[in-house]
Every structure is written in structure tokens, then in C-alpha cells.
Design a protein around this ligand. Structure first.
Ligand code: PRP
Length: 215
């Protein structure tokens, strides 16, 4: 990575599911980012903007500590991160639901009271813990980092808490939604100090991101 960019904005972008929508909106806002960044870590746009290409869960840290001025990140990541960033806007794309799901044959989706001390596998341990605590349902949480849908199929967990976008992954594994926790979309976040220092540039970018109707 080159030295610090002091003039243009530094924008943290998540790789993965939100990348395509984020890149499309940045392009519509006049920032030159490719549809497929490959394995690049940064993109320097001719207009002076630098884009950092990050794991989605790392976006809040880059913004919180000022390595990026602002960023795009899923609400689901913010729920889990406990980070000190300011959410300025819901950008509306990248919609998905955070749900509790289980094997169809276990029939937890049929409405009966769930038994206590079920094992719940998830990437969203904090959000899941809060959800079950609010329902006074003690569970055993198992923190995973991916392929969560596998865990009930091989006896690791009784339930999963995971994101559903198209629903294909659940369907392909004969898993069904037991309960819905929340809906998530892409959010525009800023570092509060940088927001004051670069108010005009960040506000202009936000207006362009909100005003561009890219699918
Ligand atoms: C996410 C999520 C589900 C899947 C849902 O996983 O955790 O597994 O996408 O998408 P769908 O409803 O459209 O099938 P991701 O692709 O981030 O991979 P991971 O399981 O390795 O985290």
C-alpha cells in the first residue's frame, strides 16, 4: 500500500456479497472501481479517492480507527461489531435476513416452544446471544466462521443463526426458518472526526450514493 492519502477520501469497501452493489454505486458516483477487484487490496481512483478492499467484518475497525474516512458495510456486521462508527444512511441494497433455522425433520419451525439448552451455531454470536436472552431461552452458542449450514447436518448444532439472501443455501440443505431476528441492508458509515474534517467531501459522496438508482 502506498503512503497515506491526505486529500481524497479513503473508503472501506467489503469484499463478498456487498461488493458488486457497492462498486456499482461508487462508479455511478464517479469513482473508478472495477466490477471484479481480484486479489487487490487497494484501488486508487484517478479522482484521488482510495478504496480499501476488506473482509466485511473488518470494515468497522478501519473506519473506527481512521484508516478509512468512511465505508460501506452490512447492518448485520454493525450489530455484531460493537464499534464506534457513525451510521449515516441506509443505502438500501444487499438486503438479507438474519434468521434462526433448523433441519426440517426436527420440526422446530412448527411453532412449539423450543427446548432449553439447544446448541446454536453462528457467525453472529453477540446478536444470537441477545436474541435468545431476550426470550429467556438458555442456549449453548457455538461460534463458527463460515459454512454454518453444515453444522446441524453433521450433529454439531440443533439450530443455526445465519443470513439468508436468496434462500438457496437453506433449501439446498433442507433447512427451514424457525424465527426471524432482523433484516439487514448496506449502510454508509463514517468516522466522526473525519466527518467533521472532510464534511463537504463525505456529504457529497453520500448524496451521490443515495441518489444513484443502481440495481
Ligand atoms: C452467507 C450466509 C449464508 C449464505 C446465504 O454466507 O452466511 O451461508 O450467504 O445466502 P443465500 O440465502 O443466498 O443462499 P457466505 O456466502 O458469506 O459464506 P460463508 O458461509 O462462508 O460465511
Amino acid at each position: 500500500m502506498n503512503g497515506r492519502n491526505t486529500n481524497g477520501l479513503v473508503i472501506a469497501l467489503p469484499k463478498g456479497l456487498l461488493y458488486e452493489g457497492s462498486a456499482a454505486r461508487l462508479r455511478a458516483a464517479g469513482i473508478d472501481v472495477p466490477a471484479d477487484p481480484g486479489r487487490r487490496l487497494t484501488i486508487n481512483s484517478p479522482d484521488g479517492t482510495r478504496v480499501l478492499l476488506l473482509r466485511p467484518t473488518d470494515v468497522p475497525a478501519y473506519v473506527e480507527f481512521g484508516a478509512a474516512d468512511c465505508g460501506i458495510v452490512g447492518a448485520d456486521v454493525l450489530w455484531e461489531a460493537e464499534s464506534n462508527v457513525c451510521e449515516l444512511a441506509d443505502l438500501g441494497f444487499g438486503a438479507c435476513r438474519l434468521v434462526v433455522a433448523a433441519r426440517r425433520e426436527d420440526r422446530y419451525h412448527e411453532g412449539a416452544q423450543l427446548p432449553t439448552f439447544l446448541r446454536v451455531a453462528t457467525k453472529f454470536a453477540r446478536t444470537a446471544e441477545n436474541f435468545f436472552a431476550e426470550r429467556d431461552l438458555p442456549v449453548a452458542l457455538i461460534k463458527l466462521h463460515g459454512s454454518v449450514e453444515l453444522s446441524p447436518l453433521v450433529g454439531l448444532a440443533d439450530l443455526i443463526v445465519d443470513l439468508v439472501a436468496t434462500g438457496n443455501t437453506l433449501r439446498e440443505h433442507d433447512l427451514v426458518v424457525v424465527d426471524e431476528i432482523a433484516s439487514s441492508t448496506a449502510r454508509f458509515v463514517v468516522n466522526a472526526v473525519r466527518f467533521r474534517a472532510k464534511y463537504d467531501a463525505i456529504t457529497a459522496l453520500l448524496h451521490k450514493l443515495e441518489g444513484t438508482a443502481v440495481a
